[in-house]
Design a protein around this ligand. Structure first.
Ligand code: NAD
Length: 415
């Protein structure tokens, strides 16, 4: 009973946080030029042929019982340690009690890969799939073809590139994510990675852990962030949050490259300037952070040729998606010194193999995919998923900025 009460209180707190986040979300900040750009982005959908029978508004709001499958990472012993740790299998985004009280079936698993995995057992008859970028269940065209009942694919977090969006569109599946839910978490993490690389922190930490003391070895590659040129490739929600956080560091120049301008007001607020020529931006930047989505246009965009345009010894930060870069070209650039270091939490296959080259290449500061799944982010994206499920059950529309595919059309940022 006490556990039940605690879980309800926790969820209420999460919803309040979600409401607070929603009120502060840049996309909902009416009046700013950025919000207008995002409204244009999300309202200019691409038309595709789709199976209208599965389009969710025709099947929701009926009070029927749904089979909902969630794919999350396992929390193991850590799940019980922290009841706010909602993003794991055991704590199931805090949704189990609520969904079951409404008569829905809710299956949560981490077993997502291969023909005999738990997810495959439910593909044929699930109505709703909840996935997360941190432990991505790849919703391929083949799986979509088998998932004849699937109406809704919700991403608990931001980034739905693990879903074949054109195939989802053609099948009449709605795809939505909790836009903006972890932008602070990722931007803070990127700032940390910039400092870790620029200050040469990890090799210095390793010395101490290994019982060594060699100031020269560490100091010879350690710099200030002040007076450096820092750029973000992509100045959407996360890119702009990063620029805001960089402003007090008195960098020489803050630059951004994006197909859209962030507008004069945001440029004033962040102190950043747009550079429309990507190669020119790379040539003058000491530090570059990637903050664009993974699409067919951006996949492997940072290949050997583009990496050769960087200023020699520049640092590259990538918390956006691993597949934005050519895996081998990054490793070789770190080995040759073309890159002074590479840091990120995203990999082109997650989890990566035990012998993935990025685990052992020089000057890396790689981690598992965690920047967008802090406890605070989990509370926000869990509440966002709950809000959208509730809207789906009631036949109400989702917040426009959350919609990635609907009615066979794909949101502009994924085109
Ligand atoms: P966003 O939609 O607010 O911003 C994306 C920006 O990229 C937009 O300004 C858009 O104009 C620009 N863009 C898109 N395609 C482009 C192209 N081809 N050329 C130039 N510009 C292009 O998204 P966001 O919230 O800032 O998130 C960005 C990405 O970060 C997500 O797509 C996701 O992949 C990643 N992400 C990672 C984590 C994590 O935990 N590591 C968490 C959240 C998001």
């Amino acid at each position: 009973m006490a556990a039940k009460r605690a879980s309800c209180m926790l969820f209420r707190a999460a919803v309040q946080q979600q409401q607070k986040w929603a009120a502060n979300s840049p996309s909902r900040n009416a009046g700013s030029s950025r919000s207008l750009i995002f409204q244009q982005q999300t309202s200019s959908f691409r038309n595709e042929s789709f199976n209208s029978q599965r389009f969710f508004s025709s099947d929701s709001g009926t009070g029927k019982s749904y089979k909902i499958v969630g794919v999350l990472y396992k929390g193991r012993e850590y799940a019980a340690d922290n009841p706010k740790f909602l993003g794991c299998v055991e704590n199931a985004l805090g949704l189990r009690e609520w969904l079951e009280s409404l008569g829905h079936q809710y299956i949560v698993t981490d077993d997502k890969d291969g023909p005999d995995c738990e997810l495959e057992k439910h593909i044929n008859d699930m109505d709703i799939l909840i996935t997360t970028p941190f432990h991505p269940a790849y919703l391929t065209a083949e799986r979509i073809n088998k998932a004849k009942n699937l109406k809704l694919a919700l991403t608990a977090g931001v980034g739905s590139d693990h879903i074949n969006l054109p195939a989802a569109g053609s099948a009449g599946i709605t795809v939505a994510e909790v836009t903006g839910s972890n932008i602070t978490s990722v931007a803070e993490d990127e700032l940390m990675r910039i400092l870790i690389l620029v200050r040469n922190f990890l090799p210095a930490w390793e010395q101490i852990s290994n019982g060594e003391w060699d100031i020269a070895a560490a100091a010879s590659r350690s710099s200030d962030l002040r007076d450096k040129v820092v750029a973000t490739v992509g100045a959407g929600r996360i890119g702009r949050e990063l620029l805001k956080r960089l402003k007090p560091f008195d960098c020489k120049q803050l630059l951004y490259w994006d197909r859209l301008s962030i507008g004069e007001e945001n440029e004033r607020e962040t102190g950043a300037t747009q550079e429309t020529d990507l190669e020119a931006l790379l040539a003058k930047s000491d530090i570059v952070a990637l903050n664009i989505p993974l699409t067919e246009k951006t996949r492997k965009m940072f290949d050997k040729t583009l990496l050769s345009k960087f200023k020699k010894g520049a640092y590259l930060i990538n918390n956006a998606r691993g597949a934005l870069v050519d895996e081998v070209a990054v490793k070789e650039a770190c080995e040759s010194g073309q890159l002074g270091g590479y840091s990120g939490d995203v990999w082109n296959q997650q989890p990566p193999s035990a012998d993935h080259p990025w685990r052992h290449m020089p000057r890396h500061a790689m981690t598992p995919h965690l920047s967008g799944t802090t406890i605070d982010a989990q509370l926000r994206y869990s509440a966002g998923v709950k809000e959208m499920l509730d809207q789906f059950f009631k036949g109400e529309p989702f917040p426009e900025a959350n919609v990635i595919v609907k009615g066979g059309r794909t949101a502009a940022q994924y085109q």
